[in-house]
Design a protein around this ligand. Sequence first.
Ligand code: M6R
Length: 617
Amino acid sequence: MCGIVGYVGPQTPGPRPLEVVMGGLARLEYRGYDSAGVALVTPQGLVSAKRAGKLGVLAADLEAAPLPPATAAIGHTRWATHGAPTDSNAHPHLSEDGTVAVIHNGIIENFIQLRAELAADGVAFSSDTDTETVAHLLARAYDGDLTTAMRTVAKRLQGTFTLLAVHADAPDTVVGTRHDSPLVVGLGEGENFLGSDVAAFIAHTREAVELGQDQVVTLTPDGVEVVDFDGNPVAPKRYTVDWDASAAEKGGFASFMDKEIHDQPHAVADTLLGRTDAAGHLVLDEIRVDETVLRQIDKIIVIACGTAAYAGQVAKYAIEHWCRIPVEVELAHEFRYRDPVVNAKTLVVAVSQSGETMDTLMAVRHAREQGATVLAIVNTHGSTIPRESDAVLYTHAGPEVAVASTKAFLAQITAAYLLGLYLAQLRGTKFPDEIAEILDDLREIPAKVQQVLDEAGPVREAAVEMKDVPSVLFLGRHVGYPVAMEGALKLKEIAYLHAEGFAAGELKHGPIALIEDGQPVFVIVPSPRGRDSLHSKVVSNIQEIRARGARPLVIAEEGDTDVLPFADRVFFVPKTASLLAPLVAVVPLQIFACALAAAKGLDVDQPRNLAKSVTVE
Ligand code: M6R
């Protein structure tokens, strides 16, 4: 949830540590934006500044009252857990003597006991946070070596944490540790970096190092040393980030969300790239699971949260159809608490953009403990979920910054489809020419998404016109059902609007009672060329709601004139094979939510109460 940056560089004090950390925080602000703060190691000791509110509030303070030159720095953007988003609860937190500064992402679950112990020892607390206990514990454990102090303290902590610390007596050192929360190292020349994710330092280096669970990293200008909590050296895994700083910039769009919606043709195309051999057979190199195991799988369970779970629900229809394997889709936070039936013949597919969602990570661990094979579909390299899974299939959507997920959704569906086709190839449930035909259809999706983007003017106009409606409903059927729920989620999270997605077939079982005069209802209409009578059933639904006063806003395939007499507005999308249709049908809904939130004057990228990656349960 929180964003964390650390930097250590040349030992001649200068402005760079603060510049690097503030630049990194700007790129990480999507992770949390309740408050922000920095601490610098300077020849005068530690100095820190922190303010409630977005990063801009802190930046204005620093402009008005500049901090002295430094050699190392840490910085933090917060998503509040313990304590309100106030100046005093903002990170960093300092020890009483001001020698140690700490920033934290996660929750220290035993902080009440630790706080009581420290209070009994005379410590006066200056915040309501769980994090402040760590600053005091580190100062007490420090005996000239911050790494050892961090190891000692980390062993006492329960819960989830990424912690970074600096000490006034160690101008050339930043120490970090992680337990169930993300932290990556960036390798520079004569300088090194730490960040919650690579966006923190991508402006300076693309060379990165993954940190594993329960490790402590010591960063100096020329070195990165990693040990476990017992002090045993660890050889960390190095990798090169495959995108650059421009990918995490708005590129002329009004918001990251708008930009990321427009990135979607590339997100799909890049996720499809290089997946077949010369003979046209699917080759998913990243899937390191033994083919015999995959042939014996008798059930697939997709675990994910939010938009990623809706991607899983779309994929269920296709994978079951192509592979004839039952597929369950379960919210990750429900999965491990309901005693799921999982065994060695179960393939659990964990879908996550960030690769850090705590609920999904815990479900992955639970599934593996039960003997399942876990395959992760993840967008972020170096993240925790792929590291803890048996295999990974990366989506190549590039960095997703807006809190509302868009391009990751399309990339996740694409990757899950590749997985389904790969299993169909392996298990022989589809002929090679059938698989090749579906792959050809998939390769046409980027151009179709581009067409929807190019023709989106009327969707934007409708959104502006409807900016004051109190509620919008969404109906879909078959693969259109998860699309309806995704459309509703987008509106809830960025426009703060009541929105609900329903299976169109469920309408008469209750939701139709919500229909009154003027109620806008998006209806995702299946292709008339698709499954049996689905198209005519959904067209009937449009008539039913219209008869009760609703304003049907119809997403239909181009040429589908059947919907014209009953729709308030029709947004046509290109003809697409039924199972692939969500990849184009969802795009107008994303654009609608983005335009409506912008018309309301809301912060599209940083909606209230939310954070991009949910790293606490
Ligand atoms: O990083 P993940 O894909 O695991 O995140 C899962 C959800 O938290 C995420 O999709 C969330 O629902 C988005 N804000 C939706 O736009």
